[in-house]
Design a protein around this ligand. Structure first.
Ligand SMILES: *Cc1c(COP(=O)(O)O)cnc(C)c1O
Length: 230
């Protein structure tokens, strides 16, 4: 099976898992993380019906957005201040916001473009040293800071779970969902109304993330790698 077929299979599995968890399939958006493939690979996924892609490098999102502006491009990677001006024009959503200075700059750049940038705040729920993201204790204040910026619309939270242990991943996803509910309760409309997204789950752990309330799963290898399922 190639990328086109794998995209369709994963899309169907995601919808099936949502139903199995008592959720509507439309509540879970599949983001195809195309960082390991070039334009041909993206075209194959589009042929399979994919309309939302994730990228973690500025050069990649710029090139692919220029080639395929008809689909959505989400930025999921490490943000460098000097590349914000390159990312914002391409990104429908930025998932990996975790520094206040970056929030301020993204807002300024977005305002300059006449755009309001949708963002998610990345939280390091598991506390692993190697993971980026704001600490859970700091997240409410961080979100409040971002909500006060005119060029940003804070849509929710994002996290990455440690790989390899279902119990640890489950606890991470549940922790993000609880934190998001707590933060939402502190927000006033209109901020509270749009703070409704949970970006969590990757190729190895997405079914568990859906069970804990993910509204966006970011799946790369299960779609774009020839040997993920071997
Ligand atoms: C690469 C990446 C993914 C996709 O990971 P897979 O294991 O290939 O599904 C998801 N989220 C982020 C932030 C990534 O960098």
């Amino acid at each position: 099976m190639g990328i086109e077929g794998r995209y369709r299979a994963v899309r169907d599995e995601v919808a099936e898992e949502a139903r199995a968890c008592g959720r509507r399939p439309e509540e879970v958006q599949l983001i195809a993380v195309s960082k390991t493939v070039g334009l041909e690979g993206v075209q194959e996924a589009i042929d399979g019906g994919c309309t939302v892609f994730g990228e973690n490098r500025p050069d990649q999102i710029m090139e692919k957005f220029a080639a395929f502006p008809q689909v959505e491009w989400h930025f999921i990677g490490n943000i460098q201040s000097r590349r914000i001006k390159d990312i914002v024009p391409c990104a429908t959503m930025i998932h990996s916001l975790n520094h206040e200075e970056h929030a301020d700059k993204i807002s300024r750049v977005a305002e300059g473009l006449g755009k309001v940038q949708d963002v998610l705040v990345e939280v390091n729920v598991s506390g692993e040293e190697s993971k980026s993201g704001v600490a859970p204790e700091a997240a409410p204040e961080f979100v409040a800071h971002c909500c006060a910026l005119d060029g940003l619309r804070v849509r929710g939270l994002m996290t990455m779970a440690p790989q390899g242990d279902k119990a640890v991943a489950d606890a991470t996803f549940r922790g993000l969902a609880q934190l998001a509910a707590e933060i939402r309760a502190t927000l006033a409309p209109p901020d509270a109304l749009v703070f409704d997204q949970l970006s969590m789950g990757m190729s190895e752990d997405w079914p568990w993330a859906i069970a804990e309330g993910a509204t966006m799963v970011r799946i790369g290898r299960a779609i774009f790698s020839d040997n993920f399922n071997e």
